[in-house]
Ligand binder design. Structure first.
Ligand code: DNO
Length: 349
């Protein structure tokens, strides 16, 4: 596996020199953040990220994310131009040496949590999700309640309402049509320049606010992979996102999709299921509901050799920073994942 770490660019308080000191660290996971969604990334911006990363002794091989414009997900006529731009971005990052592009197909809201600083008994703070709080918010009707942490801050409230309203008539099948249209155009472009596309599951992996969500479970992932049956059409296997539903058998899915050669990127983190949702915990298996050892073993048994990153961390040791993306707990997660991979690999020999 190739250990990687998400870095939000020069404004990230977690600096590349610190990331470099995490044992086994190989690649940075980043994106161009200076360009509106749907537009073409400048070669200068890509080159600057690459240079800064490589000057720090790390590889520039994974992009998370090239975001998918809402018009593509909505299936609007403007999608052809936006998909062409999307393909051009893939070609441009490939020219700079990128091998894997992570993206998602969630309508409007990416990962959603109800509290970004829930205090755990050990004094650390973490991200949690409570279904009752989500149900209490109607993004179309309510003004006063129209914020949950993690929402895309690039929308004003009115824009958010407009875009959510556009989805009211959309069914899951409509979203499948949009995904299929997208994949049939984007995967051939990615294959041509040797880039593996890695769709991120929906987080949480169920519908929220009545909006359709489809990358949620094994059956739907099978369907997504079969739309374009090409190894470049793959997954970001995010254990925390799929693992927030007890219906998903994460080790079995890891083994299956790794054996198919479709896992290009793994986000490995633990999650503790609770009565009304879930809490993010440290990566260590006993701290959550997922057996991280079995997941790593399943990946390796399936022949996985892609990029891995520790995922969201708690805030520990007084660190302040971007929710889920501080240094310390993610670095502990990386060290733990190194240990699991080494143990499983050596046990096989
Ligand atoms: C959350 C991340 C996601 C992910 C996107 C991929 O912390 O894992 O926001 O980057 O869904 O497009």
């Amino acid at each position: 596996m190739k250990l990687s770490f998400r870095w939000y660019g020069p404004s990230d308080p977690v600096t590349l020199d610190k990331i470099r000191q995490i044992p086994g660290m190989q690649s940075i996971v980043t994106a161009v953040y200076d360009t509106p969604v749907g537009e073409i990334w400048s070669r200068e911006s890509i080159a600057a990220l690459k240079k800064e990363t490589e000057d720090a002794g790390l590889a520039f091989e994974v992009i998370e994310s090239i975001p998918v414009h809402e018009d593509i997900k909505l299936g609007l006529p403007s999608r052809d131009r936006l998909i062409e731009n999307y393909c051009e971005n893939i070609r441009r990052v490939a020219e700079a040496g990128v091998k894997c592009v992570c993206y998602n197909f969630m309508p409007v809201f990416d990962w959603t949590r109800t509290d970004l600083a829930h205090r755990l008994p050990d004094g650390s703070t973490t991200l949690i999700y409570d279904q009752r709080q989500v149900e209490a918010v109607n993004p179309l009707l309510s003004d006063s309640d129209l914020t949950l942490p993690g929402w895309d801050a690039s929308y004003t409230r009115d824009e958010l309402k407009t875009v959510v309203a556009q989805y009211q008539q959309k069914t899951e099948e409509d979203l499948w049509e949009s995904l299929s249209y997208f994949l049939k155009r984007v995967i051939p472009a990615a294959a041509e320049c040797g880039v593996n596309m890695a769709i991120h599951p929906d987080d949480p992996c169920w519908s929220i606010f009545g909006l359709p969500r489809i990358i949620t479970c094994e059956e739907n992932i099978d369907r997504m992979l079969s739309i374009v049956d090409d190894p470049h059409n793959g997954l970001t296997f995010c254990t925390g996102s799929l693992g927030c539903s007890a219906k998903n058998d994460i080790p079995a899915m890891a083994k299956k999709y790794a054996s198919m050669g479709r896992i290009h990127f793994a986000h490995l983190r633990n999650v503790k299921l609770t009565e009304n949702g879930f809490e993010e915990r440290g990566h260590f298996s006993p701290d959550g509901s997922l057996d991280m050892y079995r997941i790593v073993k399943a990946l390796l048994d399936g022949g996985f050799d892609g990029y891995v990153r520790p995922d969201h961390g708690r805030m520990i040791w007084g660190e302040q920073g971007r929710a889920g993306y501080g240094l310390y707990d993610r670095a502990l997660g990386a060290a733990y994942l190194n240990g699991l991979f080494e143990a499983v690999e050596k046990a096989g020999n």
